[in-house]
Design a protein around this ligand. Sequence first.
Ligand SMILES: *[C@@H]1O[C@H](CO)[C@@H](O)[C@H](O)[C@H]1NC(C)=O
Ligand SMILES: *[C@@H]1O[C@H](CO)[C@@H](O)[C@H](O)[C@H]1NC(C)=O
Ligand SMILES: *[C@@H]1O[C@H](CO)[C@@H](O)[C@H](O)[C@H]1NC(C)=O
Ligand SMILES: *[C@@H]1O[C@H](CO)[C@@H](O)[C@H](O)[C@H]1NC(C)=O
Length: 304
Amino acid sequence: MGNNFLIWILLLCTFRSVSGEGCSLILKPSRVVVGFGESVSVSCEAARPVRVLGWESAISASHTQEDRSVQWKVDSLIDWIEEPICYGVFFTAPKQCEEKLNLVLYKTPDSVSIRQVNHTGPMVAGKEYQLLCEVQNIAPVQYLSLRWYRGQTEVYNHSFSDLTSSSPVQVSSILVITPTKAENGVQYKCVAELELGPEGPQPPPTVSSEPLNASVYFPPTFLSPEPEILDSIPGDELILNCTATGNPTPIYSWQSSVPMQERAENEATVTSSSLLPGTYTCTASNTLEKKSKQFIVKAKTKGV
Ligand SMILES: *[C@@H]1O[C@H](CO)[C@@H](O)[C@H](O)[C@H]1NC(C)=O
Ligand SMILES: *[C@@H]1O[C@H](CO)[C@@H](O)[C@H](O)[C@H]1NC(C)=O
Ligand SMILES: *[C@@H]1O[C@H](CO)[C@@H](O)[C@H](O)[C@H]1NC(C)=O
Ligand SMILES: *[C@@H]1O[C@H](CO)[C@@H](O)[C@H](O)[C@H]1NC(C)=O
């Protein structure tokens, strides 16, 4: 390892200037994270006497002679491909060396939006849908983490660390969902977070989408769908309760094997003290399905 390292250094000295370990240049700070349009200043210091010390850069290039420190300073950084390098020319070997600045120029997205793909309006429980999150103008995308939330729960995070681009790009993420009826009214959202490391702003900058309200249609559902058997005691009130949950809200209709005195159009419950013995059938329906439930009223005399 030691020998290999020496050979490596020697090769670099012969053909090029040295950088990294063995180079006597120190950048302060060694990594900078700058917001688009913000100011930045980094100093490069030579650890031993230097003939020339300077910054190679498309903007704010500078150099000094026999000074042990030189600054790279920009009032408003807006150049996406900037890769400043500090170089030193020394009196003694290694004669030349350079240190590239680890510079991250970032920009929070212009917008983060969420919508359904190939579908509008309410979803139907049990079917598969796709939600699309679009992030406009973010940089650098490799530091982006896109988190999907259902209510307060993080359901998926999408990392873009396999991409590389220093300038702003547009990216998107798809979440496949199969909503249940319990998810009716739940809010989905996606949050773009730039995880720029300890040198970056704390907490990391985030931009959240507007919430997407999930409207989930589901068929009428009875708490207990089995037929109910009720004893009719003359003078006592009976309640036939056909209440069903459903989206859209179910509408009700009643049929019976015997004449019904009560008008029960679109009523979920029938309350009466004058129900004749017989079978009463209630139908709860919405746009998805019709469901029926039976109530069997039996005659019973008081005190038996
Ligand atoms: C959406 O619909 C279009 C055309 O109807 C189709 O080409 C596309 O593949 C669909 N996208 C998804 C994600 O299903
Ligand atoms: C993102 O999700 C992966 C698993 O899919 C998990 O290992 C990782 O910790 C998550 N990252 C964050 C920041 O929550
Ligand atoms: C989503 O639901 C919230 C409350 O649940 C409501 O304030 C908001 O207006 C709804 N948004 C849309 C687009 O329907
Ligand atoms: C009917 O049953 C539902 C539950 O299925 C209940 O919430 C409601 O209060 C009941 N109505 C009456 C009049 O008992």
